[in-house]
Design a protein around this ligand. Structure first.
Ligand code: UGA
Length: 436
């Protein structure tokens, strides 16, 4: 099947590349000529493990092409995926749909008769209806379909999530769209027994927000329990294990930490609240999740200040890991940012190291000394703070870290390193959900 993908951001690029890997003839289109020129040489605008190789091999096989020419991309395409950004509107919290609507307006004149336009971008309930109206104002109704097919990709493991998903959700209003999307997903996923949930379009749109809000709530729940564990002498890791083995609860997304960040949970929870508000419905749990998570991110600096007996003025603090999670260069809503800014306000000198996020971090943070590796970062430090659990940070040689530091204070906001080993070496350890 020929598939055109509009937008070569995170979702569009991963989806287009994986569909090509399944044997489809994919053309990815973007207005950004520089991005397209890079992609034509397999130079990726994002960091995502495994993606560069897949782009290169599928492009070489002729199944994956990149262009700025929309008409060329849409010629002969039975399926058109809209995968443009839907950022939060500043000061509003709702999703900015202008890129989605612009894509709908621009694609309409070039659409093949019978083509299925599928929205992959995360969009509020009812967006499919508007897109259908926009295209319908240019093309005869009945000559095209509009469907919803949200993505559930996690940064860092997006290729695996696409090729081997827990489920696929498709939202359709007619048989043509149902058949096209089943033809796309069923053959490669049949062997794996992956469930394909077929719903009306509006339900599919809402599933995406509901899933992200639920996961954000789950993380916030365990983070609040972590606070209680610290006070009563319990261990949040063991608590999560004991809870999570109950199949009704599930073990994943129970890792306590400094609060969730990234480009999805913060944005999507706010957009969901906005939708609920517009319809006079109150989602109190989600509201609390958003408030508690913001407060938690700000509070993490106090943990560091406490570990240094209440005073960080003039102290050197080494921050290890800056991105919102490992295996990405994404700094959006990363907990490291409010942490570092607060420490700086209290007079600390901050040194930092991240395996791939430093370039993006340097655009958000000022007066931070970025280091070449973790060991250089901790040199002369009064405290080391683990913020993102990169594999290389988990495996740090703590004896070497201690030798390089001015005083052995470890604040581990991800419980990523061995606290037993650290204590044996003489570190003062402050962790999440474990008493000192
Ligand atoms: C999230 C969802 O997991 C995806 O299913 C969804 O497709 C994506 O948003 C999206 O809407 O595009 P992502 O933001 O890449 O994916 O990252 P997650 O792995 O979900 O982590 C989000 C945040 O929660 C990170 O800051 C992470 O450190 C934190 N987290 C996650 C925890 O603190 N504890 C956990 O147990 C899990």
């Amino acid at each position: 099947m020929k598939v055109a993908v509009i937008g070569t951001g995170y979702v569009g690029l991963v989806s287009g590349t994986c569909l090509a890997a399944w044997g489809h003839d994919v053309v990815c289109v973007d207005k950004d000529a520089q991005k397209i020129a890079g992609l034509q040489k397999a130079v990726l605008p994002i960091y995502e493990p495994g993606l560069a190789d897949l782009v290169e091999s599928n492009a070489a096989a002729g199944r994956l092409n990149f262009t700025c020419n929309l008409a060329e991309a849409l010629a002969g395409a039975a399926l058109v995926l809209i995968a443009v950004g839907t950022p939060a509107r500043a000061g509003h919290g709702d999703a900015d749909l202008s890129f989605v609507y612009m894509a709908a307006r621009e694609l309409a004149p070039h659409l093949e008769t019978g083509a299925v336009v599928t929205i992959k971008s995360t969009v509020p309930v009812g967006t499919g209806d508007v897109v259908e109206k926009i295209i319908g104002s240019i093309r005869p109704s009945g000559s095209f379909s509009v469907a919803s097919n949200p993505e559930f990709l996690r940064e860092g493991v997006a290729v695996r999530d696409f090729l081997d998903p827990d489920r696929v959700v498709i939202g359709v209003e007619d048989e043509r769209a149902r058949k096209a999307l089943m033809d796309l997903y069923r053959p490669p996923l049949e062997m794996r027994g992956t469930p394909i949930v077929v719903t009306r379009r509006r339900t599919s749109e809402l599933i995406k927000y509901a899933a992200n809000a639920f996961l954000a709530t789950k993380i916030t729940f365990i983070n609040e329990l972590a606070d209680l564990c610290e006070e009563v002498g319990s261990d949040v890791g063991e608590l999560a294990l004991g809870m999570g083995l109950d199949k009704r609860i599930g073990a994943s997304f129970l890792n306590a930490g400094p609060g969730y960040g990234g480009s999805c949970f913060p944005k999507d929870t706010l957009a969901l609240l906005r939708t609920a508000q517009d319809h006079g419905v109150s989602l109190r749990l989600v509201e609390e999740t958003v408030t508690a998570n913001e407060a938690r991110k700000r509070r993490m600096a106090l943990k560091v200040i406490d570990a240094l007996d209440g005073d960080v003025d003039g102290a050197t603090i080494a921050v290890l890991g800056l991105t919102f999670k490992p295996d990405t260069d994404d700094m959006r809503d990363a907990p490291s940012v409010p942490l570092i800014e607060t420490l700086q306000r209290f007079g600390a000198n901050v040194r930092a190291y991240d395996p791939v996020g430093q370039e993006n971090a340097s655009r958000l943070l000022s007066d931070v000394e970025f280091c070449l590796d973790a060991y250089e970062c901790v040199r002369g430090a009064d405290a080391v703070v683990v913020v993102t659990e990169w594999e290389s940070i988990r495996k740090l040689d703590l004896a070497r870290v201690k030798r390089a530091m001015r005083q052995p204070v470890l604040v581990d906001l991800r419980n990523a390193v061995s606290h037993g080993v650290a204590r044996e070496l003489g570190f003062h350890v402050s962790a999440i959900g474990r008493s000192a």
